[in-house]
Design a protein around this ligand. Sequence first.
Ligand code: BJ8
Length: 430
Amino acid sequence: MEAQFQVKTDPELWAKLDMDVERFSNVPPSLTGAFTEIFLSQENRPERMAYFDDMVRNIFTGRIQEMYDARQEGRPVVGTFCVFVPEEIIDAVNGVCVGLCGGSQFSIPDAEQIIPRNICPMVKSAFGFKVGRICPFFQVVDFVYGETTCDAKKKNWELLDDYVPTYVMEIPQMKRERDKKLWIEEVQDFKVAMEEKSGKEVTETRLKASIEKLNAKRKAMQRLNDLRHHDPSPISGRDMLLIQQIAFYDIPERFTGKVHELCEELEARIKTENYVAPKGTTRLMISGTPMALPNWKVHNIIETSGAVIVNEESCIGTRYYKDTIATDGTSMDQMLERLTERYMKIDCSCFTPNDDRIDQVLKEYRESGAHGLVDCCLQFCHTYNSEAVKLRRACEKEGIPFLSIETDYSPEDVGQLQTRIEAFVEQIED
Ligand code: BJ8
């Protein structure tokens, strides 16, 4: 166990970003504590997790400085909340794309002074971070791009606009031909908006290079996820979740390289039979709403209850990287069409019908060699919570052990979740 881990601080940089420095200074020590307890207490972690640990160490300093420098160079730094906003186009204008979904209880009281309490904690957490000026990522972006997925998001973008310039991309709620037409138009508008913001044209050459760059990142994640499916697992679910979270704020090329380095180590570990959990450990798959940093609650409970997590069917998980963009398009129109086709494969529960997602969950369940499925939804997320009904039925039909959890970011339900998860693991083992 690493004794010296500390999330770094840089009050001068934070002051330049107009943060509430005094209040925020409580955050690095508390993140240090949580990270040490949840991650560094694990035994026999792959050595190449060191890079990802470093990304946590520098989360409020080094990485923010890089984004600040990019901004000083005139590159747009764009905050997003959803994997539907096409980062290839941001990259094609040499912009920086950063995911701003909130995963912390800390900022929720700030949000609840303004927006309704009975909406999903992810939206409240993000909103509160901006209102309280207690997130350097929110402070370093030039503007944010929201989308019309769920009601909680699309209505609160109107309010968020009071604090940071907020633009909205319309995402249809069905996937018919006419929806595809609208979607392509939205992608075209997004391209024009990025060109205007950056003063840079999205040429075919630039877009091609960005598509290839992001495809490479997604393929690296596919390779890593395939390796972690090995039975026994060469890497824990907690570490995999962390990497999938870092994917939303690291520099794509650097991240891709580090993921491949880790893959090489995992291949070697598999050869030498060096695993994180012994053969016979209960393997669980997670499905549901994304788990934004630093939401490690359910993973920590599961993996301290004697099971190992072997897959996340989530946007901070496979939904982010299971599909790549076909590269046979040569004209701008063709490339944007291919790009849209890839984004249309994301099976978010905001769509109706959305049966492809049920099939995808079952497919990933089989591929990951899981012994049970834990569907994990955030409180007040109506679409995912409703879809859990179909998922349960599908699992019952297939004889898959299924546990449905609805939770938030507070520690209040930890004891109750622990009891339910332990009982679920025992039921599988019997
Ligand atoms: S594509 S999952 S990232 S919308 S949890 S805010 S849906 S009430 S996060 Fe998502 Fe895009 Fe879909 Fe993925 Fe609303 Fe639900 Fe909250 Fe959610």
